[in-house]
Ligand binder design. Structure first.
Ligand code: AMP
Ligand code: MG
Length: 404
């Protein structure tokens, strides 16, 4: 049985990035750039003013009390005439620097009167000029392949006129729920039935990382139903099955995958919740068989499936950052497995304080809902004192501030 870290390594080793597609710049948000992006020209393209003010020749010692204003260059204007000693041109932010001008004096440091401008502060050569190519030189790599597109990347590529950009394809991820007890969302509930919520939580988690869920519906607890749906699911880039992976006599997932020639890589991982998780490969396609308990399904997705799907979509950094948090209360566990503890976080002066979000039984869904993070309790340890520092994966992007 692999440990948590081994399982994650084995899974990631089996995954390679999908193909590349071209999308419009804005659609590339959150996607991974697939090719090196090279600057086609210098940025800025021309020397320009960083301030609204006056373009002057920096004084060479004999500073005139006032300069004659000989021109005006608005943003988008043309730097027509030369700036000669004793003269200044009024210039706006972004306007091209005219010949002869080697400094810009901000308007706040001047006084203008009757066509003349008085300079109130010392002027230094090159002040408030943005020089051609000082940000990026033509031919430089502006975005490396493997970069996740965020607003600054969008800004950079927009500045360089990129309308269409190459990104790794989104993963199409099939979701197969199994179980005779399941009904679909929207169907009337009766005793003994439960709603197929895993399909929805998995689809939501898949959407959240920019992948595309394909909900296959429910396979009933017989071979034919499992096999039929699995065949359909293997058309996607990855298949996730929910439930039917434990040791029950109606747990048919592994058996049916084997029947389809899908190679089981491991079954069972040293984690809690999520122990019965299986990982298999169908050719190059990963198949994740997650336990059906909704909390286990979500935690195993988070810790084992999510990194793999990110890798498929070209991400190079696929693990959430481990954050140090301080336990607010004592925690005990059995040795042997990594435990994922659902906690709420508050942000205090000393960093994050973690308190359990409630009953840690895998059957308790509301503790998952209330969790800001999963604390990762190492396999070997058994007790953790209040005030002890532990590692956590933050699930929510924002947390509460400590009161007071
Ligand atoms: P199993 O692995 O089939 O024994 O299922 C474990 C538990 O998860 C049972 O309580 C199931 O009712 C529950 N479960 C299974 N599939 C789903 C699902 N699709 N949505 C919500 N709960 C489920
Ligand atoms: Mg079942």
């Amino acid at each position: 049985m692999p440990t948590f870290e081994e399982a994650r390594k084995i899974i990631l080793a089996g995954i390679s990035p999908l193909g590349v597609e071209r999308v419009t710049l804005l659609e590339s948000l959150g996607r991974v750039i697939a090719e090196e992006m090279i600057a086609p020209w210098d940025m800025p393209l021309y020397d320009n003013s960083a301030m609204d003010g006056f373009g002057v020749r920096a004084p060479s010692g004999t500073e005139p009390a006032a300069l004659k204003i000989t021109g005006y260059i608005p943003a988008g204007g043309i730097a027509a005439s030369e700036v000669i000693p004793g003269c200044a041109v009024k210039i706006m932010t972004g306007a091209p620097i005219p010949p002869g001008c080697d400094a810009v004096v901000p308007v706040e440091e001047t006084e203008e009167e009757n066509g003349m401008v008085r300079i109130l502060k010392p002027v230094f050569r090159h002040q408030h000029i943005r020089f051609k190519g000082e940000d990026v030189a033509a031919g430089d790599t502006v975005i490396a392949a493997g970069t996740v597109m965020r607003p600054p990347g969008i800004s950079m590529l927009a500045s360089f006129g990129k309308v269409i950009v190459p990104v790794y394809r989104r993963a199409r991820v099939a979701i197969l729920s199994t179980g005779d007890e399941l009904i679909e969302l929207g169907e009337p509930i009766t005793s003994g039935r439960i709603i197929n919520s895993n399909a929805l939580s998995l689809a939501a988690s898949i959407k959240e990382i920019g992948a595309e869920p394909v909900i296959l519906g429910i396979a009933r607890d017989n071979r034919e139903s499992h096999v039929e749906k699995m065949v359909e699911g293997l058309n996607a880039d990855a298949l996730i099955t929910s439930a039917g992976v434990s040791a029950g006599d109606r747990d048919l997932v592994r058996e049916c995958l084997a029947e389809l020639g899908v190679r089981q890589v491991f079954w069972k991982v040293g984690i809690k919740p999520g122990g019965p998780t299986a990982f298999s490969m169908s050719g190059g396609k990963p198949v994740f068989s997650l336990p059906g308990n909704p909390v286990s399904t979500m935690i195993t997705f988070e810790e084992l499936v999510r990194p793999a799907l990110l890798k498929m979509m070209g991400h190079r950094k696929v693990i959430r950052p481990l954050v140090k948090v301080t336990l607010a209360e004592e925690v005990r566990k059995k040795p042997g497995k990594v435990h994922f503890l659902r906690v709420r976080l508050t942000m205090g002066k000393g960093g994050y304080l973690a308190s359990t979000s409630g009953d840690q039984n895998t059957g308790i869904l509301k503790t998952m809902l209330q969790a800001d993070a999963l604390v990762i309790l190492p396999a070997d340890s058994t007790s953790f004192a209040a005030g002890e520092e532990v590692d956590a994966h933050i699930l929510n992007e924002t947390v509460a501030m400590e009161e007071g």
